[in-house]
Ligand binder design. Structure first.
Ligand code: SF4
Length: 308
């Protein structure tokens, strides 16, 4: 069979589901290729993956006997068949560097934050894979996409294993600072991080939790770590302003700020103030030196206008 794949989102992040599909079909002797928008015909089967609800759909013609669409952007409840899901992605096909692997140790989350899609999509937390299943082909840099690894004894056991094996890791969906105890901080201090330690900071209470977690981790390290906090920008500009401003004096903290996305509303319009606040927070040189009120995203307009 000839199989065509379409990564509808087309971001720089590798589409791991398509990578697993590629590995599966190659293993059973099929030929697999990315679809060229100019030549979208002649396939027995085409898989289209769309992760984000807000990504526009692929609108080039495709000629194939069968087209299968998957990913949260098409259907939040659709999952890969188990025999494909358990595979590791075909990293050569995805163009991933030879030292890097991606995966999940756990799936799901025990919490139900009202803005988050994880509880709906993945449900309760459960063990998913062992780190040794993920670190294939001698890959030592592991990008782990667990949603709340610290909430699971299995996840904590896997982190101990990661420390012993010497893998370098990035929990790229962030850790939950509320769960960092002295013991966990000591453990996290021993991890070889690829770059930063990421925490979520979506509520006012989490400011204190993040500061406490950093302090505890750094106490057990030779050198203080670098941190990256994911911050959601909601609909209360004063609260968002206060929370996002809380780390301006800490040079080791960078923010990723994202306006709230309503997954049920693909036509959602993001207010300009949220876009300006996100840009201010994520440009470290602006964030560190300029209060949001004084930030001038457009000539003659200062963001203090939003806060009146
Ligand atoms: S803790 Fe994180 S993953 Fe879990 S529901 Fe809340 S935001 Fe989502």
């Amino acid at each position: 069979m000839t199989i065509g794949l379409v990564d509808v989102d087309n971001t720089s992040f590798p589409n791991l589901a398509l990578g697993k599909i590629a590995r599966h079909h190659k293993a059973i002797g099929d030929s697999v290729e990315w679809i060229d928008p100019l030549f979208g015909g002649g396939f027995d089967k085409v898989y289209m993956s769309k992760v984000f609800t807000f990504t526009p759909d692929y609108d080039y013609p495709i000629v194939a006997d069968e087209i299968e669409r998957g990913g949260t952007g098409y259907d939040i409840h659709k999952a890969l068949p188990n025999e494909i899901d358990r595979l590791q992605p075909d990293y050569d096909f995805l163009g991933v560097p030879s030292d890097t692997a991606y995966g999940f140790l756990t799936r799901g989350c025990p919490n139900k934050c009202k803005w988050c899609i994880v509880p709906i999509k993945e449900g309760k937390q459960r063990p998913y894979m062992d780190v040794e299943e993920i670190a294939i082909e001698g890959r030592k840099n592991l990008i782990l996409m667990d949603n709340n690894v610290l909430a699971s004894d299995y996840g904590l056991g896997q982190i101990e294993k990661i420390i012993k094996s010497g893998y370098r890791v990035d929990f790229n969906q962030a850790l939950d600072a509320r769960l960092v105890t002295e013991d966990i901080a000591k453990m996290l201090a021993q991890v070889r991080w690829i770059s930063v330690i990421r925490f979520g900071c979506d509520t006012p209470k989490q400011i204190g939790e993040c500061n406490k977690a950093m302090q505890m981790i750094d106490k057990h390290r030779k050198n203080p770590a670098s941190y990256l906090f994911y911050t959601m920008i909601g609909d209360d500009i004063n609260e968002d302003y206060a929370r996002l401003s809380a780390f301006r004096d800490n040079k080791r903290v960078r923010l990723v700020a994202q306006p709230y996305r309503d997954f049920n509303n693909p036509n959602q319009i993001i207010p300009q103030w949220q876009k300006d606040m996100a840009r201010w927070a994520m440009r470290r040189e602006i964030y560190a030196t300029c209060d949001f009120k004084d930030y001038e995203p457009r000539k003659g307009f200062k963001c203090k206008e939003y806060l009146k």
